[in-house]
Design a protein around this ligand. Structure first.
Ligand code: ARG
Ligand code: ZN
Length: 419
């Protein structure tokens, strides 16, 4: 119905039947080529009801670089008319995102005839909490839940500790779901736990990891935001905290850590997608994680934070263009992981220091953990490179997670050998 209404409106404006196909929510790929066009695209992304997928903030839009923009059906006509009027190259990257979102939230786990496993689907926050409890209950000797704190809306932040050999070992930390819309990230944390339980003593790499390290997994660092992407706005990124001075909601938790906090690459505007918060660790989610890491800083040797999308293996620094003290070591590890992914899965992952590889992004958890003394610290950006972006179909979960798993194995192996 909605599509038809827009169709009539469009006929009035453009009198061109070619435009009068059904309009859905879409992702547009837009490539501005002049400073003027850059200005227009920045304007569109901030003035109209749209959501930027790439880059993360309008300030990074530049000439000759693709912009991925979510355009809801009701803004579609206006946005496309503007692009056409200014001759800005654009194409539909994804049509009918509603359909894709429906596919992602459909849950076959209640259907006994379903062939896809639990781990090849996305799960609601409620299901993830249930899974955490269930996994701990079913594995009382190996898995322990740790309550790290609670979110702004008072949801518990549970981490799982996998400990298969109880001597005082070193540890690996993995967090997922800092950013709400990056659904493949929590899916990876669940995948990793399941793989660890199923393949200990079956697969040499995971066995070596678990024999040498305890593993802490935080499946959803931003539960309020994650829930919000399931109920209200699939494109939400930030937390859901409210601020006394603004109508805008949420803080970018990956700009809220104490690493060159709120310098270039973050924003002090609560309405920005990269809002740094009122002060470092102002948010209960980042504070809880920072407190836990501080308390375990002498055992945790490897810190991993899982994001999407763009297929990158990043390491410090993101908060400065300076090189980390062990830059070459980190570079070799990431390079090795990227090579393995290419060899086994024929897929390309870029790697490098964050600021040099994508953009300055201060206040990130990886840089903060690194400065705390965890010398092996990485942020993974999982699949894909923009074909589906944040709406990666469930049928891609398995390969995306296996690639990331291979990167974890490659890097953890080298950390174990060094320490
Ligand atoms: N896409 C991630 C972000 O914008 C990149 C994270 C890289 N690390 C960092 N500390 N910023 O948050
Ligand atoms: Zn992210």
């Amino acid at each position: 119905m909605k599509a038809l209404v827009i169709c009539f409106l469009l006929m009035g404006h453009l009198a061109e039947m070619g435009h009068c196909t059904e309009t859905h929510d879409q992702i547009l790929s837009i490539t501005p080529t002049t400073p003027e066009q850059v200005g227009i695209v920045k304007n569109i992304s901030t003035q109209y009801e749209t959501a930027l997928w790439q880059p993360v903030d309008a300030q990074y839009i530049q000439e000759e670089t693709q912009v991925h923009l979510f355009v809801p059906a009701n803004s579609s006509a206006t946005v496309k008319a503007l692009l056409q009027r200014h001759n800005i190259a654009h194409e539909v990257l994804l049509d009918n995102t509603n359909h894709l979102i429906e596919m992602q939230t459909r849950n076959d786990s209640t259907d006994p005839r379903s062939t896809t496993s639990f781990y090849e689907q996305y799960h609601s926050l409620e299901d993830i909490y249930y899974w955490i409890n269930r996994t701990a209950q079913d594995n009382p000797n190996t898995i322990q839940t740790i309550l790290l704190g609670s979110s702004f809306e008072k949801r518990p932040l549970y981490a799982l500790k996998i400990s298969l050999n109880s001597e005082n070992k070193k540890a690996l930390w993995i967090d997922c779901g800092i950013h709400a819309r990056e659904w493949i990230s929590p899916a990876f944390c669940l995948w990793f736990v399941q793989y660890s339980l199923a393949f200990y003593k079956q697969n040499q790499d995971i066995t070596d990891i678990l024999d040498n390290m305890d593993v802490y997994i935080l499946p959803v660092m931003n539960p309020d935001g994650y829930l919000y992407t399931w109920t209200t706005n699939r494109m939400w990124r930030k937390s859901r905290s409210i601020h006394p001075s603004s109508y805008c909601v949420g803080v970018d938790l990956n700009r809220n850590f104490d690493a060159n906090w709120c310098t270039e690459g973050a924003s002090n505007d609560p309405c920005s997608e990269i809002y740094c918060g009122a002060f470092p660790e102002s948010e209960p989610e980042s504070e809880a994680v920072a407190n836990f890491l501080r308390s375990k800083k002498d055992t945790i040797e490897l810190y991993l934070s899982i994001h999407a999308y763009s297929q990158m293996l990043l390491f410090p620094y993101s908060c400065t263009l300076d090189e980390a003290q062990n830059h070459n070591e980190l570079l070799e590890m990431a390079q090795d992981a990227s090579r393995n992914i290419r060899r086994y899965y024929r897929n390309t992952y870029k790697y490098g220091a964050g600021a040099q590889t994508i953009y300055l992004a201060p206040g990130g958890s990886d840089d903060w953990a690194y400065n705390l003394g965890i010398k092996y610290s990485f942020t993974f950006e999982l699949q894909d490179r923009g074909r589906y972006g944040f709406l990666l179909p469930p049928s891609h979960i398995s390969q995306a997670c296996n690639e990331a798993l291979l990167a974890v194995k490659t890097i953890a192996r080298r950390v174990i050998d060094k320490t």
